[in-house]
Design a protein around this ligand. Structure first.
Ligand code: FCB
Length: 450
């Protein structure tokens, strides 16, 4: 175990904050309303075969029109914070220029509604929906996109920053870079490994410049970090590359101003790494599953764990051990403890937040009232919450635990076939129906504040 003095010393941690998360493209719908422009994900959904059920985000959970209902659900949970994302194409329909008033007004009203109910807004500025015009200009592999992000972020932070102190810039930039540009299973669907590494660098640069542009705000970034383990027959070289791409690239740049030696990251200009180093006032950790690296078997890998997303790794396969969620992701809360300890040791003094954690299960069992009786999801959340309590007791400074997700929603390339919500959505009416896990989560929040 890393020396706890690496963490926050003897400083007592405040009580754990509780929240739930969503993202704009996955819940809002209203694709053509309020002056919203098109994003890479709108275009990607139109590609035959890109989304398993052929669906898209045009209506999603219709949350754009159901803000009152969704905030009432948050109130029912008793959560202290709500993590949502701002859709860049609502603010700048073509990715540049002045703000679209209707876009800012929408998030302004959401923030006021949350604050009016004592819920702290935790906005994320980029959760994967890049304005399509910026993709046509080259997208994240092009340096200018980082500067376009800084302009956009400034518009939003200037409008809401008087009421919202804490911000996340990027959500899981690994996914945008490598699922988007190496394996191509996410928008923009490119298969150009060199471009993926350039995208990773520009995502970090955009984050850092945006964070530094508003020094009065508390600006962090959200990463999907995980524990990478070598299984029997697994190639240690593959373990090293996977770990470097998933963890080391992001943490190395943010903590030390360097990329792992085994990666050859293009597009780095003089001074960039100095800008990135130390630019995260807090770090969001999204954790779902550990990675086990086994020998190449030719078997189908779990969702999002495709080997093409790890350019440069010697042949390997992912070898998750049961129990698995319906994403094929291994359930293992120990991996969360390991990830949090390792992250705190690399970024001493930087507060952490669990910004996503949760599970998709088939949700086939009904309770008497017709709601989903999702004991498997409750078990997952209970185990991971215990892991957070355990590392906090050691002094790892985790401030919030935010579950993914408030609602069943558009799960990217999996469309509506995967369900992570504490609340299900009736397909035709879009009526919200709280699951057993919603009631369990509310009870956790309540019992800890008693
Ligand atoms: C994460 C994403 C989030 C959601 C969960 C299941 O990678 O940030 O939007 O799709 O996975």
């Amino acid at each position: 175990m890393p020396d706890p003095s690496h963490y926050v010393g003897a400083m007592a941690l405040p009580p754990l904050g509780f929240g739930v998360a969503t993202s704009a493209f996955q819940i809002e719908g209203a694709a053509d309303e309020g002056g919203r422009g098109r994003s890479t994900w709108d275009e990607f959904c139109e590609r035959p075969g890109a989304i398993v059920d052929g669906s898209d985000g045009r209506t999603a959970c219709d949350s754009y029109h159901r803000v009152a209902e969704d905030v009432a659900l948050l109130e029912g949970l008793g959560v202290s914070c709500y993590r949502f994302s701002v859709a860049w194409p609502r603010i700048q329909p073509d990715g540049r220029g002045p703000a679209n008033a209707a876009g800012l007004d929408f998030y302004d009203a959401l923030v006021d509604r949350l604050l009016g109910r004592g819920i702290r807004p935790l906005p994320t500025l980029f959760h994967w929906d890049l304005p399509l015009d910026l993709e046509h200009a080259g997208g994240w592999p092009v340096r200018d996109t980082a500067f376009r992000f800084v302009d956009y972020a400034g518009l939003v932070m200037d409008r809401l920053g008087d009421r919202v102190p804490t911000w996340a810039t990027m959500n899981e930039p690994w996914c945008t870079a490598f699922l988007g540009h190496a394996s191509g299973v996410f928008a923009p669907g490119r298969r150009e490994p060199r471009a993926a590494l350039a995208a990773a660098h520009h995502l970090l640069l955009g984050h850092a410049l945006a964070a530094r542009s508003r020094p009065g705000l508390d600006v962090g970034i959200v990463l999907n970090l995980t524990s990478v383990r070598q299984e029997p027959g697994g190639d240690p070289g593959a373990v090293a590359v996977v770990d470097a791409l998933q963890n080391g690239l992001w943490l190395g740049a943010l903590a030390e101003g360097s990329y792992p030696d085994i990666l050859d990251v293009p597009a780095v200009c003089e001074g960039d790494l100095d800008t990135i180093c130390g630019s995260a006032a807090w770090l969001g950790v999204n954790y779902y599953t550990p990675f086990r690296i086994g020998p190449m078997t030719g078997e189908v890998n779990a969702v999002g764990q495709d080997i093409d997303a790890f350019p440069g790794a010697p042949a390997f396969s992912f070898a998750p051990r049961p129990p698995l969620t319906s994403m094929g992701w291994e359930v293992d809360a120990v991996g969360l403890e390991e990830t949090l300890r390792a992250t705190a040791a690399v970024l001493p003094g930087v507060p952490l937040r669990i910004t996503e954690n949760g599970a998709s299960f088939p949700d086939a069992t009904r309770a008497e009232d017709g709601s989903v009786d999702d004991q498997d999801r409750i078990g997952y959340l209970r185990g991971h919450l215990a892991a957070v309590d355990a590392v906090r007791a050691e002094g790892v400074p985790v401030l919030d635990y935010v579950a993914w997700s408030l609602l069943d929603n558009f799960e990217w390339a999996q469309g509506y076939t995967k369900t992570f919500g504490l609340v299900s959505i009736e397909p035709d009416t879009l009526r919200r129906i709280p699951k057993a896990s919603y009631r369990w989560f509310a009870e956790q929040v309540a019992s800890r504040s008693r």
